[in-house]
Design a protein around this ligand. Structure first.
Ligand SMILES: O=P(O)(O)OC[C@H]1O[C@H](OP(=O)(O)OP(=O)(O)O)[C@H](O)[C@@H]1O
Ligand SMILES: O=c1cc[nH]c(=O)[nH]1
Ligand SMILES: [Mg+2]
Length: 213
């Protein structure tokens, strides 16, 4: 898997504020949104385009436009929803599909409670959004959903990733069978015994939207 850890002082600055436990929910949402827009630039480096000609006020010019079919952006609910607008700012014409997943707190296995994806993703580039790649269970499950429908190019965009999660996706790449790229604002040290990223930022969903039972 190609792993791009963002190396930019503005991204590091915003990520540091995001980690801070005193950062409130409205600020956390704004920072997550800003971070995704910065990450989207790197994440879309291989977005497919086709040549077109355009008439400027002066002359004809050769340019490009996004190819059809348009990319599909898939936020993993809940926390991934906090990254959607930031991504759409750069890819306004992308389609959006949804996956709802929650981790079992004891086994860390993802439970899928919602799925709204196009049936046929043949030839589609897909961008999966989830702030946290911890054990990698949720991202692996999301990738399998997309590949089963025919997606042939997947980019995951995260705010933080743990080495354990990266290793898991790498180990599953053979069964995944399509190239996967990870673009993340930070790669942290490890997971703790509760499956949280260390030092991390806590529970991204709770920090974005509040604690639900
Ligand atoms: O890599 P993993 O070990 O699978 O963990 C990461 C997942 O955990 C979090 O979601 P959570 O289950 O807390 O759901 P939420 O977004 O509703 O808070 C996070 O947003 C990822 O989806
Ligand atoms: O650190 C973590 C791990 C999983 N999910 C989160 O929201 N945070
Ligand atoms: Mg959560």
């Amino acid at each position: 898997m190609q792993v791009h850890v963002a190396d930019h002082p503005l991204i590091s600055h915003k990520l540091t504020l995001l980690r801070d436990e005193t950062t409130d929910s409205p600020t956390f949402r704004r920072l997550a949104d800003e971070l995704v827009t910065l990450l989207a630039y790197e994440a879309t480096r291989e977005v497919r385009v086709e040549p077109i000609d355009v008439k400027t006020p002066v002359a004809m010019a050769r340019g490009v436009r996004l190819s059809d079919p348009r990319p599909l952006v898939v936020p993993i609910l809940r926390a991934g929803l906090g990254m959607l607008e930031g991504m759409q700012r750069l890819l306004p014409t992308a389609e959006v599909g949804f996956l709802g997943m929650v981790r079992n707190e004891e086994t860390f296995d993802p439970v899928t409670y919602a799925e709204r994806l196009p049936d046929d993703l043949t030839g589609r580039q897909c961008y999966v959004l989830d702030p946290m790649l911890a054990t990698g269970g949720s991202l692996a499950a999301a990738i399998h959903f997309l590949v089963k429908r025919g997606a042939d190019h997947i980019t995951a965009v995260t705010l933080l990733a743990a080495p354990e999660g990266v290793a898991r996706i790498e180990a599953e790449l053979e069964s995944i069978g399509v190239p996967v790229t990870l673009v993340t604002a930070g790669l942290d040290e490890r997971l703790n015994e509760l499956g949280y990223i260390v030092p991390g930022l806590g529970d991204a969903g709770d920090r974005l939207y509040g604690v639900v039972g």
